[in-house]
Design a protein around this ligand. Structure first.
Ligand SMILES: *[C@@H]1O[C@H](CO)[C@@H](O)[C@H](O)[C@H]1NC(C)=O
Ligand SMILES: *[C@@H]1O[C@H](CO)[C@@H](O)[C@H](O)[C@H]1NC(C)=O
Length: 307
């Protein structure tokens, strides 16, 4: 056999090996030329944005996407147990703004990638109470109800945008297309802003006791953060409002109105860490918590048992 023939077949083999790969790195969506890795990483946070939108909409307005923007649900089921929360006018005004911002985020993501229908969300008081009880490793009496007061709603909200924020930080170095990076930076900016507002409102009352538990606001946040660190199972990426001095900015302060690593740079989380947290199971293969049937999209579904 001549050298050129074997070079030819080697080249043909190379082309065969490389072709499907370069094809599979492109999406077949007609309205999107984004690489598949970007599509997956942009679709994943829809799970969290649906949850945030519904929790804030119901909490502030008493109704959700079904009424405000039904198309954005893409026909997904109505959330379980969400309702209008008790809160003063100032907090309600802030939560209304967050709610509508989340509607905007859903629009932004869905106009960039195809997305998927709203997953089933369990936003019942019991669902939050379960998280709170596991954070305290005992049953609080009466059980925690996010809808019963402004401070309770803010404490429950402490659980939400921060998880999205760490996910956006985690996604950013994996994204390829500048359009995806721009979108994620923009979403990250507003999620961090929401987290900062929630934390600042709580920080003002950090040493006050939450009725009727006799537990301070700071202690609630520290417990929630510890729980997320435990469930995420990837080290310390979450901190409450008051920390030991060595964990504060520059190791010099105990107040911790914003979270950051030793350089005060935001922590990152992978989709798997996020699923372990929002499922409440510590296992990305075991749905539950706020997502009784699991999250949607390629990344989340790849960890679920095949239907
Ligand atoms: C919602 O979807 C319906 C049916 O597909 C469509 O006719 C309508 O224009 C959409 N509304 C908005 C606000 O996008
Ligand atoms: C919602 O969560 C609560 C608390 O875990 C649970 O008791 C209830 O069965 C859940 N509802 C659904 C439909 O999963």
């Amino acid at each position: 056999m001549s050298l050129s023939a074997s070079t030819f077949s080697f080249t043909a083999l190379l082309i065969l090996l490389l072709l499907p790969k370069s094809y599979s790195s492109k999406t077949i969506e007609s309205n999107s030329s984004l690489p598949q890795v970007d599509v997956d990483l942009l679709e994943f946070p829809l799970n969290l944005e649906y949850l945030e939108a519904e929790f804030f909409l119901y909490g502030a307005y008493g109704y959700g996407l079904n009424k405000i923007a039904p198309n954005l649900t893409k026909g997904g089921p109505t959330p379980i147990g969400a309702k209008r929360g008790k809160m003063d006018n100032f907090i309600r005004d802030v939560i209304k703004q967050f709610a509508l911002q989340e509607v905007g985020h859903l629009r932004a993501i869905q106009s960039t990638v195809k997305g998927f229908p709203r997953p089933l969300l369990n936003l019942s008081a019991e669902s939050f109470a379960k998280v709170v009880d596991s954070a305290f490793e005992k049953q609080l009496v009466p059980s925690f109800d996010p809808y019963s007061s402004g401070v309770n709603f803010l404490l429950a909200s402490y659980l939400i945008p921060y998880v999205g924020l760490t996910g956006y930080v985690g996604a950013s170095p994996k994204l390829q297309d500048p359009k995806s990076k721009r979108l994620v930076a923009g979403l990250l900016g507003v999620e961090s802003g929401q987290d900062a507002v929630i934390r600042a409102l709580l920080y003002e009352h950090a040493h006050k006791k939450v009725k009727p538990y006799g537990i301070t606001v700071a202690e609630f946040t520290n417990r929630f953060s510890q729980l997320r660190n435990k469930l995420g199972n990837a080290g310390v990426k979450d901190e409450g409002l008051v920390v030991v001095e060595s964990e504060g900015a520059e190791g010099l302060i105990t107040g911790n109105v914003l979270v950051g690593d030793k350089y005060s740079v935001a922590f990152d989380r992978t989709p798997e860490e996020i699923l372990r947290i929002v499922y409440g199971s510590g296992d990305e293969h075991k749905p539950g918590g706020f997502y009784p049937k699991g999250a949607d999209g390629h990344i989340a579904k790849s960890h679920l048992p095949k239907a």
